[in-house]
Design a binder for this molecule. Structure first.
Ligand code: PLP
Length: 295
C-alpha cells in the first residue's frame, strides 16, 4: 500500500450535494508537478490548512478539524468549504494508507490562482515523523515574545489571528530561535505578559490539580488535541479551565505540556533553562488516549 497519498480537489460550494464527490478528486504523484506558478498559497501564503493524524487506519477528530477549517475560511473570507466533500477526501486517503502506523494528513484550501481557478484545494498524506522521544522523554522549551497583545485579534482582525493560515514562516523562525537557545520548542508570550501557544501546539499546564489552557481569545488557535484531552479529563472527573494565564504561572505549574495533532502530548522538562517536573505517568496516559481512535 502507498505510504503517501495526494489528492487534488475541485472544491464544491458548501451547500452542493456531495453525491458524486469522488469525481471531484484527482489522485496525483506527490513527486510530480501539480500546482500552478500563480498559486496565491505559494506566492503569498494566502490560504488555510489543517493537519490531522491518521492512526492505525483511523482519521482522528476529522469533524473537529473540518469545523476549524470552516472557521478559518470565514476569518479569511474564503469560500465556505463543503465539509461532506472534505470528509469523503479524508476517507478516500485513509483507505489508501496502510492500516497500521501513524500518518499526517494535511488539508489545504488556497485562495487559488491569480486570474485562474479559485479556490484550489488539495490533501496530502505522508508518514508521521517518529515522535517517541518527545512523547516519552519530554521537551525543553523557551518562552518567546509574540509581539502582540493577547487581545490583538479584536483590535486587528486583518492579522487573521485565530485562523490556521498557511503563513507559518514566523512560527518556523521561532522554532529556529528556540533551537539557537538550546531548546526543542517554544511557548509564545503576549506583549502584555500572557501565555499564548506554541508555534505548532497548544499549551496545557497543571496547578494544584487543575488543568488550565489559555482562553481562546481569538489570538491563538483553538487546538483540537487540547479540546479532546479536556473532554477526556472531565470524563475522568478531573478539573479543567480556560483562562488568561500570566506568564509567571508557568514557573508555578507542577506540569506543563505542549499538545498537537501529530506529535500529541509532549511534557515540558525545562523552561527557560530551569527544570520542570516531567509527569511521565500522566503524559503516557495522555498519549495512550490520544492514540486511541477518536471522533
Ligand atoms: N496552535 C498552533 C499555532 C498550531 O499550529 C497548532 C497545530 O498545528 C495547534 C495550536 C494545535 O492544534 P491541534 O491540536 O488541532 O493540532
Amino acid at each position: 500500500m502507498a505510504s503517501t497519498v495526494t489528492l487534488l480537489i475541485a472544491p464544491l460550494p458548501a451547500d452542493a450535494p456531495a453525491d458524486d464527490v469522488d469525481a471531484t478528486f484527482h489522485e496525483v504523484d506527490a513527486s510530480e508537478p501539480a500546482l500552478r506558478v500563480g498559486e496565491l498559497s505559494t506566492q503569498r501564503g494566502d490560504g488555510i490548512f489543517e493537519t490531522l493524524a491518521v492512526v492505525d487506519g483511523h482519521a482522528q477528530e476529522a469533524q473537529a478539524h473540518l469545523v476549524r477549517l470552516r472557521n478559518s475560511a470565514a476569518i479569511c473570507e474564503l469560500p465556505e468549504p463543503n465539509l461532506e466533500q472534505w470528509h469523503a477526501a479524508i476517507r478516500r486517503a485513509t483507505s489508501a494508507l496502510p492500516s497500521t502506523g501513524e500518518f499526517a494528513l494535511k488539508l489545504v484550501l488556497s485562495r487559488g490562482v491569480e486570474h485562474g481557478p479559485a479556490p484550489t484545494a488539495w490533501l496530502h498524506a505522508s508518514p508521521a515523523a517518529d515522535f517517541t522521544v518527545p512523547r516519552e522523554q519530554g521537551i525543553r522549551v523557551v518562552t518567546l515574545d509574540r509581539g502582540l497583545a493577547h487581545d490583538a485579534a479584536a483590535r486587528a482582525p486583518w492579522l487573521l489571528l485565530g485562523a490556521k493560515t498557511l503563513s507559518y514562516a514566523p512560527n518556523m523562525a521561532a522554532l529556529r530561535e528556540a533551537k539557537r537557545r538550546g531548546a526543542d520548542d517554544t511557548i509564545f508570550v503576549s506583549s502584555d505578559g500572557f501565555v499564548m501557544e506554541g508555534p505548532t501546539s497548544s499549551v496545557i499546564l497543571r496547578i494544584d490539580g487543575v488543568y488550565s489552557t489559555p482562553a481562546p481569545s481569538g489570538a491563538i488557535l483553538h487546538g483540537t488535541t487540547q479540546q479532546s484531552l479536556f473532554e477526556h479529563l472531565e470524563h475522568a472527573g478531573e478539573r479543567t479551565e480556560y483562562r488568561d494565564i500570566p506568564v509567571a504561572e508557568l514557573a508555578l505549574a507542577d506540569a506543563v505540556w505542549l499538545v498537537s495533532s501529530v506529535r500529541l502530548a509532549a511534557g515540558v522538562t525545562a523552561l527557560d533553562g530551569a527544570s520542570v517536573t516531567f509527569d511521565e505517568a500522566t503524559t503516557r496516559r495522555f498519549n495512550d488516549y490520544l492514540l486511541s481512535p477518536r471522533d
